[in-house]
Design a binder for this molecule. Structure first.
Ligand code: NAD
Length: 339
């Protein structure tokens, strides 16, 4: 298979590429990434430097029709997984426009180019956030729930989901959608909850929690989400959306306390800050469709996953430092002359 992955220099894309290389050494992987602040080409440098890895990096924008069309043609792509996105809710509150551009219009552009190129399978990576919010006693989201996004980020993702539905209904375009809960694991950009709290706890800074910390998220180890995407690519039905989750609902406060306990730090580091506007109360995923149709089940428990994640951040302090200081960009500029 010649697989185009967009956004592969981000958190989930990087993990996906390493996992697919391990599981399918014969696949040729092409990573198209714009290298926004969240994209770190250095994550995959060892594959890029190995001529026999079957991995190719392509610098560009999913919104550029001419460019995407030539990539699909020149690299003879069979299938596409679209991870590329602006992914941070807080940033979407400050400025929604880039979210609409990449997450909605960029996804539509990818589907349009892929449709013209006769691509056999297209997986669009979406999120649980498109469903909106749950009350404490509501049943978990199923694929039958209406899309009721509450943040500019989730609205921009829901726009792409609706466009994917329309591409299937109108053109029979072979697109499947994945909707997954909160991911954690190696290579996550340190603006996100777990790496952010890890940094603050290890440097002895206070750990800011929105509101009273009672908002609930379901947490999934990133490899389990990547397995869900892989199964959707291999077995997902066109025109269908599949939910994925980690069966690990936790309040933000519980999560942060668990992190502090593992790190041997005191809970007095926690501080409460003004809640985020439109902050969804609870997400929980019913992934029985993916279990039944794709054979999906999360393999990593939260206790295992959080320990693995913390160990990774502890042994990759330089990665964190480089990302925070932007030093990885300077390195890549020197290495390649340009990003
Ligand atoms: P990320 O922010 O870490 O990475 C996004 C990547 O996309 C970066 O490498 C960036 O350079 C690239 N990118 C951004 N705009 C682009 C454009 N216009 N053209 C090409 N590349 C572009 O994001 P992530 O956390 O890895 O999330 C990946 C996908 O998974 C997103 O679609 C996100 O909505 C979805 N998702 C994430 C989570 C989560 O918990 N992180 C949960 C469910 C779904």
């Amino acid at each position: 298979m010649r697989l185009l992955i967009t956004g592969g220099c981000g958190f989930i894309g990087t993990n996906f590429i390493y996992l697919m290389k391990e599981r399918h050494p014969d696949w040729k992987l092409f990573n198209l990434d714009k290298l926004t602040y969240a994209g770190n080409r250095k994550n995959l440098l060892e594959l890029e430097q190995d001529e026999n890895s079957g991995y190719t990096f392509i610098h560009g924008d999913i919104c550029d029709k001419e460019f995407v069309t030539s990539v699909l043609h020149d690299y003879k792509i069979d299938a596409v997984v679209n991870f590329a996105a602006e992914s941070h809710v807080d940033r979407s509150i400050n400025d929604p426009a880039p979210f609409l551009t990449t997450n909605t219009l960029g996804a539509q552009n990818m589907m349009e180019c892929a449709r013209s190129a006769g691509i056999e399978k297209f997986v669009h990576v979406s999120t649980d956030e498109v469903y909106g919010t749950l009350g404490p006693n509501d049943p978990a989201f199923s694929e039958e729930n209406p899309l009721e996004p509450n943040s500019p980020y989730s609205a921009s993702k829901a726009g792409a989901d609706l466009m994917a539905r329309a591409y299937f209904e109108t053109y029979k375009f072979p697109v499947s959608i994945t909707r997954c809960s909160n991911n954690y694991g190696p290579y996550q950009f340190p603006e996100k909850l777990i790496p952010l709290m890890f940094i603050k706890a290890t440097t002895g800074e206070s750990l800011p929690i929105y509101g009273d910390g009672s908002n609930i998220r379901d947490w999934i180890y990133v490899d389990d989400h990547c397995t869900g995407v892989e199964l959707t690519l291999l077995k997902g039905q066109p025109g269908k959306a599949y939910n994925f989750g980690g069966a690990a609902e936790k309040t933000n406060l519980e999560l942060v306390k668990e992190l502090l306990a593992i790190l041997g730090k005191d809970e007095s580091l926690i501080t409460y800050v003004k809640d985020r506007p439109g902050h969804d109360m609870r997400y929980a995923m019913d992934y029985s469709l993916a279990e039944k149709e794709l054979g999906f089940a999360p393999a990593v428990t939260f206790d295992e996953g959080i320990r693995k994640t913390i160990e990774w951040y502890q042994s990759n302090g330089q990665w964190l430092e480089d990302v925070r200081s932007g030093a990885y960009r300077e390195f890549m500029d020197q290495w390649y002359g340009e990003r």
